[in-house]
Design a protein around this ligand. Structure first.
Ligand code: SF4
Length: 281
């Protein structure tokens, strides 16, 4: 049986910001090269082939780009553009570089697609609207998140599909305690986490409508974990992470960057996602 692919409605608007990006995804990560592309690089003729081979290394049983200072991809130019694309075209890219930040996860008979929030363009697209998350099938049919959950036979109430506001000091302490158990991505994360303990939560603070949308998108992406961890844990996971983003935004005043940094720390760490889900089960 073929899978039905679902997209958030803003997926079609994704376009990498390239040299306009302040937080390039071409630095800070190890970049694994898929087997097919690694084979192509090994036999690519000419000066470009030679340059690529000088800039990749074998790590265990996979190939990676040989990162430079600050873990920058060797082909990331000073102006933020990709040297490989400039010298060839996008077909030269390995799978990770060609697909990032797109994700595709399988849940039952559905393939859920989207763009990961560690990318600032993805955050901009998510925050460009305050309406509830709208989904589309590959044929362009509209679907609500509730409709998708019904198709997946996952019973939820309307309340389950909204971010629960009214975060108390005790709730915030629980959120921060959970986050403190995750493996930090860098020293800046640890430092900000320490500062978040001092955030004063206004008892009657108005929470912008867009937090429902953030919560719904986190829930959408986490649906792949329902079979292993249960729907209750996944709903709590969406709430906990949205609480964290809310707290971070209270500290920094920057919602887009709060989401992006959360994503780097949690969404892009299989271990940290698992750790949170297990602690919420
Ligand atoms: S983080 Fe997003 S916008 Fe920035 S370079 Fe990567 S894909 Fe492009």
């Amino acid at each position: 049986m073929s899978l039905v692919t679902i997209y958030p409605d803003f997926y079609k608007d994704f376009q990498c910001k390239a040299d306009k990006c302040q937080h390039t995804c071409c630095a800070g990560w190890e970049i694994d090269i898929d087997e097919k592309t690694a084979g192509k690089y090994q036999t690519l003729p000419g000066a470009l082939g030679d340059t690529i081979r000088e800039n990749i290394i074998a790590v265990a049983d996979t190939w990676q780009f040989r990162l430079r200072g600050e873990n920058r991809c060797p082909f990331l130019r000073g102006d933020g553009l990709c040297e490989l694309i400039r010298r060839a075209d996008e077909s030269i890219l390995c799978d990770i570089c060609a697909n990032h930040p797109r994700f595709f996860v399988t849940v039952s008979d559905y393939e859920l697609a989207g763009v990961g929030l560690s990318c600032e363009k993805s955050c901009e697209l998510l925050l460009a609207d305050t309406a509830p998350l709208a989904l589309l099938t590959e044929k362009g049919e509209q679907l609500t998140l509730k409709g998708l959950l019904q198709q997946l036979v996952l019973p939820v109430s309307d309340e389950d599909l909204c971010y629960q506001t009214g975060l108390t000091t005790e709730d915030a302490a629980f959120v921060l305690d959970c986050m403190q158990k995750t493996e930090p991505i860098d020293a800046a994360w640890t430092s900000q986490l320490a500062q978040l303990w001092d955030v004063q939560i206004a008892a009657d603070g108005e929470v912008p409508q867009v937090f429902d949308r953030i919560y719904q998108y986190i829930l959408y992406r986490a649906l792949e974990h329902v079979p292993a961890h249960g729907l209750g844990a996944v709903l709590s996971y969406a709430q906990l992470n949205t609480d964290y983003i809310y707290l971070s935004e209270q500290l920094t005043g920057q919602l887009d960057e709060s989401i992006r940094r959360w994503s780097e720390q949690i969404e892009y760490s299989t271990e940290n996602v698992k750790l949170l889900l297990e602690s919420l089960a």
